[in-house]
Design a protein around this ligand. Structure first.
Ligand code: SF4
Ligand code: SF4
Length: 127
């Protein structure tokens, strides 16, 4: 099941041409709508749920639902990343609404959020 960029949460990384979600997708499946400055998954049929887009989005704007075999839209798995970006708290909700969390340490990459935009804000990525 492909990921979904929530347009109500995505802020386009404030005009960045190459926001984390676009840069991190190994399949180049995410693009930006230049009119709305929102990202979206242009090629959902090619998404293989590898999730660096989800983990790198600073706004937690990308939703990920487990496959229907594991609960479809009633179940979800969402990462919450603190400002230190040194770990991810994965929040799992099963088909009955039971919530569990798992904390995983991350590797921090010190790269620019958008190298192509002059004056862009430096940011750490967690993967
Ligand atoms: S990284 Fe998140 S907030 Fe930034 S453009 Fe992508 S989906 Fe939107
Ligand atoms: S889950 Fe993986 S393949 Fe799918 S859009 Fe995100 S980074 Fe790309």
């Amino acid at each position: 099941m492909p990921v979904y960029v929530n347009p109500n949460v995505c802020n386009g990384c404030n005009g960045a041409a190459q926001p984390p979600c676009i840069r991190m997708c190994p399949g180049d499946l995410i693009v930006k709508d230049l009119l709305t400055d929102k990202a979206y998954l242009k090629y959902p049929e090619d998404c293989w749920d590898c999730l660096p887009c989800v983990k790198s989005c600073p706004e937690e704007a990308i939703d990920f639902y487990l496959s229907y075999q594991m609960g479809f839209k009633n179940a979800s798995l969402k990462p919450h990343i603190p400002k230190t970006r040194d770990h991810i708290v994965w929040e799992s909700i099963d088909t009955h609404g039971k919530k569990e969390t798992f904390t995983i340490r991350t590797k921090i990459l010190d790269i620019e959020i958008d190298e192509k935009v002059e004056g862009s804000t430096p940011a750490d990525f967690s993967i």
